[in-house]
Ligand binder design. Structure first.
Ligand SMILES: Cc1cc2nc3c(=O)[nH]c(=O)nc-3n(C[C@H](O)[C@H](O)[C@H](O)COP(=O)(O)OP(=O)(O)OC[C@H]3O[C@@H](n4cnc5c(N)ncnc54)[C@H](O)[C@@H]3O)c2cc1C
Length: 464
């Protein structure tokens, strides 16, 4: 049977199409790919049948939901079939007592937020700056950074377990849900969930994921504060993270604010403009707890020489353009609607004691290559590590600019590695740079896992 007919026999003829632009390229500088068909399964059983068919025929499989990973990670690199999982959008289970939710790949941030607001208002999930239509599961599997990552860590840590279809069609489970019918924890069984975290679909297609929820704090206050240089910004982030008393401290340098207000090119910082914006989230189980944390926060800002601080809700009311930064999930249209449509970055995690130098080196590289010094950061996991993410918008239609952005992203990946930072969600180029420097034992182990799971390298080919 022709591949198209065989796929249609599994998912129905209306859910198989020739692969088009939406699935062959993304917003980044990574070149377009090629694939024969896009297939949209609706159930784990259908995913399994597609995988078994692909295994029989040696067909490569590239999974995708929204395709907004900002690293070219869902662009099909070796033909075959794109597995579009947007139809698998069921919230399968909510456990209010054990505080977790089980979702399919196509469940979006907007969907999860409205579900929790209605069904479990005492609980919250955590949100990135990613668009509301992107996948909750992929953000967790890519080990992303969200607005509760300062106290609770990168998103891979929120995973209690998964159900996945392996390259040979075997359907497996990890975490407590692999043993009993409750997905309350990764402990105390051998921890296989990590086999699917940051592996970019190379170890299998995850069809369900159990994700931790957190209690919704009763009281909350948000500040917008201004830092004038990198050392004071780091000092505040470090102190806030280490108290364990604050929900978030996200940093963006001044080009972000210019872009929020509509500027696109030739960005220039004026003298009285802040160097960096800090979005600080303070919560409390009671008024008294909130008040004492507010006092602590004021002291920390003062100790680090930060004088300018505003109530974020007031600022958002006065300047509506800022409101989109305050309510997550949100669409950062100033990043997505840049003329020419190009958006890319090198994001990385690393140790605090190299943050100031690493940040400065990355900002210098951006400027040297003609891009504004746009940095995003936050402390992670109680201050155990930090984010350095260098962002560039560009015109996808201008080959010279695309080449320039490619060059600077390569240099940025090397620069963060030079400072002991490791790129997260690495593009193919960044992954190569990571593996070039990695301990040979790490590279051998990765190879052995991949040989065990996918010896033919058919699962999301071209990654790692
Ligand atoms: C403006 C903007 C801001 C962003 N801000 C943040 C942020 O603050 N924090 C953050 O962490 N991220 C951020 N992101 C990155 C990203 O959007 C999110 O992590 C998002 O949740 C990814 O979802 P997606 O649906 O786009 O994934 P996709 O790009 O569709 O998929 C991601 C990866 O997972 C693979 N994959 C797809 N389905 C499966 C499956 N079922 N099993 C295994 N592998 C699979 C794909 O092949 C790909 O490699 C941002 C993106 C944009 C555009």
């Amino acid at each position: 049977m022709e591949l198209k007919d065989a796929l249609a026999a599994i998912v129905g003829p209306t859910h198989v199409d020739p692969a088009g632009d939406r699935h062959l390229q993304d917003v980044t500088e990574n070149p377009p790919g090629h694939a024969e068909f896009v297939v949209r399964p609706e159930t784990t059983a259908e995913v399994r049948e597609v995988i078994v068919l692909a295994a029989e025929r040696g067909t490569p499989i590239t999974p995708v939901v929204a395709g907004y990973n900002v690293a070219g990670l869902a662009i099909p690199r070796n033909g075959g079939v794109v597995l579009d999982l947007t139809r698998m959008n069921e919230i399968v289970e909510l456990d209010r007592e054990a505080m977790y939710v089980v979702v399919e790949p196509g469940v979006t941030f907007a969907q999860l937020k409205s579900f929790l607001d209605a069904e479990a208002p005492e609980l919250v999930y955590t949100y990135p700056f990613a668009p509301p239509f992107t996948s909750v599961m992929m953000n967790a599997l890519l080990d992303g950074l969200n607005n509760l990552s300062m106290p609770h860590g990168a998103m891979g840590k929120w995973v209690n377990g998964v159900e996945a279809v392996l390259a040979d069609g075997d359907v497996v489970r990890t975490g407590s849900g692999g043993v009993v019918d409750r997905w309350f924890s990764r402990a105390p069984v051998p921890d296989f969930s990590g086999l699917f975290v940051s592996t970019q679909g190379t170890t299998g297609i995850v069809t369900r994921i159990a994700l931790q929820l957190q209690p919704r704090p009763a009281h909350r206050r948000r500040w917008l504060a201004f830092a004038e240089d990198l050392p004071s910004a780091y000092g505040v982030m470090r102190a806030l993270a280490r108290t364990g008393s604050f929900g978030d401290c996200g940093l963006m340098t001044w080009p972000a604010a210019k872009q929020v207000f509509g500027a696109t090119r030739d960005l220039r910082k004026v003298d009285d403009e802040p160097f960096a914006y800090l979005m600080i989230d303070i919560t409390g189980a009671s008024e008294a707890e909130l008040d004492s944390r507010i006092e602590l926060g004021k002291q920390i800002l003062e100790d680090n020489g930060i004088e300018q601080r505003f109530d974020a809700d007031d600022a958002a009311r006065l300047v509506p353009a800022l409101a989109k930064l305050a309510q997550l999930p949100t669409t950062l249209d100033f990043l997505l609607d840049f003329p020419g449509g190009g958006l890319t970055w090198v994001g990385s995690y690393g140790p605090g004691d190299r943050w100031v130098d690493g940040a400065q080196r990355g900002l210098d590289l951006l400027v040297e290559h003609g891009f504004p010094p746009f940095l995003v950061s936050r402390p992670m996991d109680g201050g155990h590590f930090y984010v350095l993410r260098f962002v560039a918008n560009f015109d996808k239609g201008d080959p010279a600019e695309v080449e320039r952005v490619r060059t600077v992203m390569g240099k940025l990946a090397d620069a963060v590695l030079d400072h002991d930072y490791v790129p997260y969600k690495p593009s193919a180029d960044a992954a190569r740079r990571i593996l070039d420097r990695a301990d040979p034992g790490f590279v051998r182990l990765l190879d052995r896992v991949r040989n065990a799971f996918d010896p033919d390298r058919r699962m999301n080919p071209g990654r790692w």
